[in-house]
Design a protein around this ligand. Structure first.
Ligand code: HEC
Ligand code: HEC
Ligand code: HEC
Ligand code: HEC
Length: 505
């Protein structure tokens, strides 16, 4: 090869070309540097706070003045238009879709009312509207404790900051209703001064401590899931820690799988309620989204909740995190196609295929469980003794725990299809085992035929079958919404106005 000097001495014009090219490159580099500096300046400018507020400010609109893009996208969680095949942000009455659930939860508040989740914007409203919190009035308290507010509002960490978690959980649900008015928002996930992600719920920090882990030592990518694990997890109310307090606890001490958590509950002989028909000591799974997600391939490859549910978005040359948390199927381009090259239709089909296949077996398990409860009820009726029923009821408890664990997380079938299929299969096995034992027991009690499947093909029929007085429940709720809630709003408005006056002074 010839040296540069040789080339230039043979063809002098090459020297000039080289010189010009260098000039152009230097010029372009200069442009690039100036653009970077400008963007930096822009970013600093954009983050200059327009308003000041204290660390636990619960009003999202105030934070929104400093971070309008994030706030505007957050507000879109109020949009209820999108429906996917099974999920989405629309209101869906799950008991109407699947009346078997009414029988599975007989004797427990979920049989009254259970809906598919909407956006974060509705968290407080939906908690007030749901029949499970009851229709409290001046002399009748709610059947639920204040613990039920914990995952609904940034007013929760605000209040916990001053009175501590135990005092927060204490008392029936209506007693702190006037305090909890702002829906899930900025202060739930962010530190107001640094805007870093932060854990605002003590139950998660305490669960980590008991597992010997330090939640302040996790990676940034882990935090992008852990902020969600403040609420999207399995939990229960522990009555043994403080007097008269239903303390919020995550049952993770023995591990985070469905089997580990069952061992934890069994060790305490804990049950959420006694089934009204079978008398089985039941567990209610909440929504173990985080725990199930951890068993799936996306978690194993280091993908976080925020990667799919809060993807980056660009607007006016600024890249920011889309705070419209929703079903990713409404935004495949940003949620999936940053990592996957497949067409939109194909990716949606992947999700539906997993959901369809799992739901087929989940429905079968529900039917087996309805039969098992009804057959156990018949055995009691015919004079079965405690010791004859014990093993059977234990199998029913185990089977339904697995069903609920799989069904309660609406993203489970996609987040971890193999684990969810395993759990449902284990539930089917246990419910069949219970029914074989029940058939033998019923025969020994002189009943040797198949019990007919109850007529429960609508929510109304199923609720009548378990003996719920829906008219009364609905009337109490309507009265509560008409009288007590406006009173709460008035008190809250005065409280917040007083804060603003204090700041202005
Ligand atoms: C459920 C948790 C959650 C809530 C609620 C939330 N954020 Fe965020 N926010 C995040 C996550 C996750 C990120 C990405 C952080 C990262 O990767 O560093 C983020 C990032 C941000 C950023 C950094 C810039 C960006 O866009 O990436 C700002 C500013 C921000 N959020 C503002 C807000 C405001 C304002 C609100 C209230 C209207 C809010 N957030 C509510 C979780 C939340
Ligand atoms: C403070 C508690 C809390 C935190 C933190 C939280 N969520 Fe939620 N989330 C809820 C509640 C409560 C609902 C149901 C709201 C309703 O139905 O009114 C919900 C609903 C949802 C939905 C359903 C929305 C729809 O349109 O169908 C998704 C998806 C979701 N959350 C994902 C996340 C992700 C991802 C994170 C973390 C970045 C997160 N959530 C953090 C409590 C929380
Ligand atoms: C941040 C990157 C990332 C994002 C975002 C992402 N994926 Fe994935 N996905 C992966 C990786 C990595 C794997 C594992 C592939 C492997 O290791 O071979 C995977 C695996 C899968 C699989 C096969 C595994 C299974 O569970 O059966 C499906 C289907 C899938 N992704 C669909 C989606 C869909 C739908 C979305 C959007 C809602 C999405 N992914 C978003 C990275 C991502
Ligand atoms: C790889 C992408 C991906 C990741 C990561 C992911 N999800 Fe999902 N999630 C989905 C998809 C796809 C669905 C199904 C949406 C549907 O059926 O409309 C879903 C559904 C949900 C739903 C029900 C949504 C609804 O409309 O009711 C919730 C809640 C949820 N996910 C929470 C989480 C939480 C919490 C995490 C982290 C622990 C997480 N997701 C991680 C893709 C993801």
């Amino acid at each position: 090869m010839k040296s540069l000097r040789e080339i230039i001495s043979n063809k002098p014009y090459m020297g000039w070309i080289l010189f010009a090219a260098t000039l152009v490159i230097v010029f372009l580099l200069g442009l690039l540097a100036s653009s970077i500096i400008e963007r930096r300046a822009e970013a600093v400018f954009a983050y200059k706070p327009q308003v000041d507020y204290p660390d636990w400010e619960p009003r999202n609109a105030l934070w929104g003045k400093n971070f309008p893009r994030e706030y505007q996208s957050y507000l879109r969680t109020s949009d209820t238009a999108f429906r996917s095949k099974y999920n989405g942000s629309a209101f869906i009455d799950m008991l109407e879709v699947d009346p078997r659930m009414v029988v599975l939860w007989a004797g427990y508040s979920f049989s009254k009312d259970y809906n598919q989740s909407r956006g974060h914007y509705y968290a407080v409203t939906d908690n007030r509207n749901i029949l499970r919190t009851g229709g409290p009035a001046a002399t009748t308290p709610s059947p639920q404790p204040n613990t039920c507010w914990t995952c609904k509002s940034p007013d929760v960490p605000r209040l916990m900051k001053t009175i501590g978690p135990a005092e927060f959980y204490k008392g029936t649900w209506e007693s702190k209703g006037h305090e909890i008015v702002n829906p899930i928002g900025c202060a739930d996930c962010h530190d107001a001064t640094t805007m870093n992600l932060r854990i605002s719920r003590p139950a998660l920090t305490e669960a980590f401590q008991r597992m010997g882990k330090d939640i302040t030592a996790v990676t940034h990518q882990e935090m992008r899931s852990l902020v969600c694990a403040q609420c999207h997890v399995e939990y229960y109310f522990d009555m043994s820690r403080f007097e008269d307090v239903q303390y919020l606890v995550y049952p993770w001490d023995k591990g985070m799988t469905v089997d580990d958590m069952e061992k934890y509950y069994d060790a305490y002989a804990f049950s959420d309620w006694t089934h009204a028909i079978s008398k089985a000591p039941m567990l209610k799974a909440q929504h173990p989204d985080y725990e199930v997600f951890l068993t799936g391939v996306h978690a194993k490859r280091g993908v976080a909740c925020a990667d799919c549910h809060m993807p980056y978005k660009s607007e006016g040359g600024q890249k920011f995190t889309d705070h419209h948390i929703q079903s990713p199927l409404n935004n495949i381009a940003n949620s999936c196609q940053v990592c996957h090259r497949e067409e939109t239709d194909e990716l949606i089909a992947d999700v539906y295929e997993r959901q369809d296949r799992i739901i087929e077996n989940r429905d079968k398990l529900e039917e087996l469980l309805v039969r098992a409860h009804v057959e156990a009820g018949k055995a009691w009726e015919l004079g079965a003794r405690e010791e004859q029923m014990e093993g059977i009821l234990s199998l029913i408890r185990q089977a339904q725990w697995r069903w609920d664990y799989a069904a309660a997380g609406h993203g489970n079938s996609f987040h971890s299809p193999v684990e969810i299929s395993r759990i449902i299969a284990a539930g089917i096995g246990r419910s069949q085992e219970a029914r074989v034992k029940l058939a033998r027991l019923l025969a020994s009690l002189g009943f040797n035929e198949e019990l007919p499947y109850p007529d429960i093909d609508t929510k109304a029929k199923a609720q009548a079958f378990i003996g719920l007085d829906m008219q009364k429940l609905n009337a109490e709720k309507a009265e509560f919404l008409r009288t007590m809630v406006p009173e709460w709003m008035k008190q809250a408005e005065e409280r917040e106005k007083a804060w603003d006056e204090k700041t202005r002074q």
